[in-house]
Design a protein around this ligand. Structure first.
Ligand code: G3H
Length: 250
């Protein structure tokens, strides 16, 4: 059985006071939710404030990115060990916005995943096709390439600490969710590729999250699909009531 994961990616939103308010609301709204791993990923500058507000809660803390070196002359970067030091257990890697605006590639994603695992973080590794790629019929090729590159050199054992997030770029922040069937088709394909790469037991165990305009109204349908194990939520994670409603999908 795969424990579902509901992760909130706050992107470039929420200063300290807003972050504390959001987390305080969330902690009380999800206190009775059982059997779901809930994760929040704030900006780096509010990690400490959010960690403090999460005290005693089962909600886990994630960074939105990390560098692959542990320390050194790398101005502006943050290392996996520093995220651990700030109280994180997870880190998002390879989000499509990082690929689009900050030059992230499958190779840098791969280096970051390895560094994150080495530091003891669970990596939420993002993949997904653009609208043009979907329309050109290359979705599966894109996903296969991203998986081959992103997971290169990892073992089946490493995969225990990797969560894959499938986020079709055309569904992010657009209000256009993939249909349950479109998402399931992609998730089943991803699990199949993971099985080819690292074996069936690893593929059966890995959690694959869907991301792209997830809201309280569509989470149930997505979660009834056999290969969808949770969600990576952007916009709807910025309000305690909507994120709590998503985390309470069952
Ligand atoms: O990381 C989250 C995704 O980019 C989804 O964002 O829920 O605002 O579409 P969204």
């Amino acid at each position: 059985m795969r424990t579902p994961v509901i992760a909130g990616n706050w992107k470039l939103f929420k200063k300290r006071a807003e972050a504390r308010e959001l987390v305080n609301g969330l902690v009380s709204l999800v206190k009775d939710v059982q059997g779901v791993e809930i994760v929040v990923a704030p900006v780096f500058t509010v990690l400490a404030a959010v960690k403090g507000a999460l005290d005693g809660s089962a909600i886990k803390l994630a960074g939105q990115d990390c560098f692959w070196e542990e320390e050194g002359a790398y101005t502006g970067e943050i290392s996996p060990g520093m995220l651990v030091d700030a109280g994180c257990s997870h880190v998002i890697i390879g989000h499509s916005e990082r690929r689009q605006y900050f030059g992230e590639t499958d190779e840098t994603v791969n280096r970051k995943i390895k560094a994150a695992l080495k530091a003891g973080l669970a990596a939420i590794a993002c993949i997904g096709e653009s609208l043009a790629e979907r329309e050109a019929g290359t979705t599966f090729d894109v996903l296969r390439t991203q998986l081959n590159g992103g997971l290169a050199g990892l073992s089946a054992d490493d995969l225990k600490d990797v969560i894959i997030a499938y986020e079709p770029v055309w569904a992010i922040g657009t209000g256009k969710t993939a249909t349950d069937a479109q998402a399931q088709e992609a998730h089943a394909f991803i699990r199949g590729v993971v099985s080819e790469l690292l074996g069936k037991p690893a593929a059966e165990a890995v959690r694959i999250l869907y991301g792209g305009s997830v809201k309280p109204e569509n989470i149930k349908g997505l979660m009834t699909q056999p290969d969808i194990d949770g969600a990576l939520v952007g916009g709807a994670s910025l309000k305690a009531d909507s994120f709590a409603a998503i985390a309470s999908f069952s």
